[in-house]
Design a protein around this ligand. Structure first.
Ligand code: ADP
Length: 162
């Protein structure tokens, strides 16, 4: 069974993340969306909120091969725990490449059995980041079309009152 893990902050999950996830679903038998419990990054949404929002979307879209969880510590250790041999990441621009290249090489160094697979962002999502959603939402702007429809209201409401 081909198991992939899509790790990220997902603070919050966007349609760009969704796009990458759908590519992964088409390639792997099982995909874990694994929310990084990154205390250092000081996320707006708690780990539980991020997991719950993504879980609700996965249920709504009946993505039966997708599991949603969280992790802290080293990604390669998480991969070992869940039996994933592939890490899934998305690439938007050249700036993403440098960062992804570096963490991809580090993970490869830590575990030669785990390979990273990259999906290019769709052109219409190449500008989109969680931080832009947080900023627009904090000022009460419309996040329509930027996050999956089923979580739009919850995310907008939460960003307005942060
Ligand atoms: P991290 O803090 O691990 O970078 P993110 O939630 O920001 O977590 O992103 C998770 C992954 O999704 C990264 O590989 C990132 O490059 C990718 N990604 C983020 N936004 C998009 C997008 N709009 N289109 C495609 N990939 C994206």
């Amino acid at each position: 069974m081909k198991i992939g893990v899509y790790p990220g902050s997902f603070d919050p999950f966007t349609v760009g993340h969704h796009d990458v996830l759908m590519h992964a679903v088409s390639l792997f038998d099982q995909v874990y969306v694994s929310v990084l419990r990154n205390v250092a990054k000081n996320p707006v949404f708690s780990t539980q909120e991020r997991v719950d929002l993504i879980r609700r979307m996965v249920e709504e879209e009946q993505l039966s091969s997708v599991k949603v969880t969280y992790f802290d510590g080293l990604l390669v250790d998480h991969c070992r725990e869940i039996g994933a041999k592939y890490i899934i990441r998305g690439l938007r621009a050249v700036t993403d490449f440098e960062y992804e290249f570096q963490i991809g090489a580090i993970n490869r160094h830590l575990s030669s059995e785990v390979h990273t697979v990259y999906f290019m962002a769709s052109p219409e999502h190449s500008f989109l980041s969680s931080s832009s959603v947080r900023e627009i939402g904090a000022y009460g702007g419309s996040i329509d079309g930027l996050v999956p429809e089923c979580m739009k209201n919850t995310v907008a409401e939460r960003l307005r009152r942060q």
